[in-house]
Ligand binder design. Structure first.
Ligand code: ADP
Length: 174
């Protein structure tokens, strides 16, 4: 029997992309023929980067991984998946909170659109890495350079300087 071609999407906000996301991408592509990293362009009140910027930041990081591409989208994730001919969705799991949320999402997406979700468990060293936490730590001047790619760290620092958040200071006393 001929092997079926499977295109999957990895949807997320990726604001910014982290080493945890990259790890999911590298392990996830082994399960599919093609994987599209799909940057959601939904309005986020605390977004640091535009969807276009996020796509451009991710592109060089996945350029060397065969079968992986990047796109942004601004509709329902399942509608986007159908529009690109994807039959599966890749998601990462870090903890019980993720499992609870992702289970509900996966079941809903299967019920409304018949799309299957494939999960990969986080690598131990990234189990606590989230874009939200990285943004918060970086905004308070913390060093997140070992949790995100070097170039992303530089762009994050630049953006935070542009918007004038408290970055490095000698002490915490106001
Ligand atoms: P975050 O949850 O970090 O704000 P996204 O909304 O962009 O990021 O997440 C997209 C997908 O990536 C979700 O399935 C999320 O569970 C997964 N993910 C994010 N960080 C990690 C990580 N460190 N390890 C495994 N999966 C992750």
């Amino acid at each position: 029997m001929a092997k079926k071609f499977v295109r999957a999407i990895f949807p997320g906000s990726f604001d910014p992309i982290t080493n945890g996301h990259l790890d999911v991408i590298k392990r996830g592509i082994k399960l599919f023929d093609e994987l599209i990293v799909a940057v959601g362009n939904s309005p986020m009140k605390d977004a640091l980067f535009t969807a276009k910027e996020r796509v451009e930041m991710i592109k060089p990081l996945v350029a060397g991984i065969e079968g992986v591409s990047v796109q942004s989208y601004d509709c329902l994730t399942v509608e986007y998946a159908a529009s690109v001919g994807a039959t599966a969705m890749l998601r990462g799991l870090r903890n019980f909170t993720d499992i609870q949320y992702e289970l509900q999402l996966a079941m809903t997406n299967r019920a409304v659109a018949g799309i299957e979700t494939v999960f990969v468990m986080t690598s131990e060293q990234y189990g606590f890495t989230s874009s939200t936490l990285i943004r918060e730590i970086a905004m308070l001047g913390g060093n997140v350079s070992n949790l995100i790619p070097q170039d992303i760290f530089a762009k994050l620092r630049k953006r935070l300087a542009e918007i004038g958040t408290r970055q490095e200071r000698d002490n915490c006393i106001e």
